[in-house]
Design a protein around this ligand. Structure first.
Ligand code: COA
Length: 311
């Protein structure tokens, strides 16, 4: 029996989530989306629970992703003792119907590439792979010392954010991040328009290490950027947003090398291990990371399913 999420059974749901919530931090984010109804633009959410003989055996949610509202998002978890009995499919079917009843947006979900069950459930319901995201870790201290040429700035001047020319405002740096982010997601996961304050929050917000945001400059014009962000633990940093400004795409390879090289130097100097995450759509960053000694985790795969025909 599939019933709406209700405050009537929070303890049982909490117990189920304790069991199904994975250690994997990425999958955990998706296992933590379930909750009471939310309404309003960009916030819609409906969670369902699957009950069997008064025991809760599964939970699933359809929701609208604030930054990327073009597709409904889905997440489903089934108790290990109730798997392969159709519970996941039953939840998925009701969630698809809930989204479709609201509007005809397509659907999106994600799993690790080594999650045969997650991929099997999605493929069975006409989801197809949309994007591969590679995730890994790199210890810059372990890299060979002769890597200087690879990160040659090729005519660009690279400065840390606090040392930027006075004509380069923080807002303009945030705007360039937003443009590059929108461009790299346009074909597969479109970003909604962001206002000026949102751009500052998102791209120059709390997790940024300001003097580890490097700008590649052509004269006083920002051609590209790359940064380190606070990582999961005290010895960790994340390679954060890396990109090129509009009009400089044809020099992307050089610009990306210049700024990533500075991020690596900085992480090495501070004795930090660097986490990286790159979508296949991000060709220049992907090509550069391919040349580095990164320990890759299983890929993260986004899947999409068309909405119903609108004609
Ligand atoms: C993925 C998950 C929700 C599937 O739940 P479930 O109730 O076992 O799924 P169903 O019984 O409805 O299975 C539907 C189909 O998915 C596929 N599938 C399910 N488990 C599978 C497995 N272990 N290996 C391969 N395919 C599998 C099969 O095609 C299956 O149909 P079949 O049993 O007729 O062959 C469950 O394994 C789970 O909670 N995993 C952890 C969380 C997760 O990965 N969520 C997916 C992200 S949306």
């Amino acid at each position: 029996m599939i019933v709406p999420w209700s405050d009537a059974h929070p303890h049982e749901i909490a117990r189920l989530l304790d069991v199904v919530r994975p250690d994997d931090p990425l999958a955990r984010v998706l296992a933590d989306v379930h909750g009471p109804d939310r309404d309003g633009d960009g916030r819609f959410r409906r969670s369902l629970v699957a009950a069997r003989a008064d025991r809760i055996v599964g939970v699933g949610t359809v929701w609208e992703a604030d930054l990327h509202p073009a597709r409904w998002r889905l997440s489903i978890q089934v108790h290990p003792s109730a798997r392969r009995e159709g519970v996941g499919t039953a939840l998925l079917n009701v969630l698809l119907a809930l989204g479709t009843a609201r509007d005809h947006r397509p659907f999106q979900a994600a799993t690790r590439a080594d999650n045969a069950a997650g991929m099997g459930l999605l493929r069975r319901q006409a989801f197809a792979p949309l994007m591969r995201t590679r995730i890994g870790r790199l210890d810059p201290a372990a890299m060979a010392a002769d890597d200087g040429d690879r990160f040659d700035a090729m005519g660009y001047r690279v400065v840390a954010f606090p040392d930027r020319p006075v004509v380069v405002s923080a807002q303009s740096v945030a705007d360039i991040h937003a443009e590059a982010y929108a461009r790299s997601h346009a074909t597969w996961n479109p970003v909604r328009p962001l206002d000026a304050a949102e751009r500052i929050d998102l791209f120059l917000g709390d997790d940024l290490i300001p003097d580890a945001l490097f700008l590649a400059l052509a004269g006083d014009e920002v051609a590209g950027f790359g940064s380190l962000r606070a990582g999961a633990g005290p010895g960790d940093v994340d390679l954060g947003w890396v990109g090129v400004a509009t009009g400089h795409e044809d020099r992307a390879k050089s610009i990306i090398s210049a700024v990533v090289g500075r991020c690596l130097d900085r992480a090495r100097r501070d004795g930090m291990v660097m986490s990286v995450e790159v979508d296949d759509a991000d060709l220049a960053v992907s090509a550069l990371l391919d040349t580095l000694p990164i320990g890759w985790e299983p890929d993260w795969l986004a899947f999409a399913r068309p909405g119903p025909p609108t004609g």
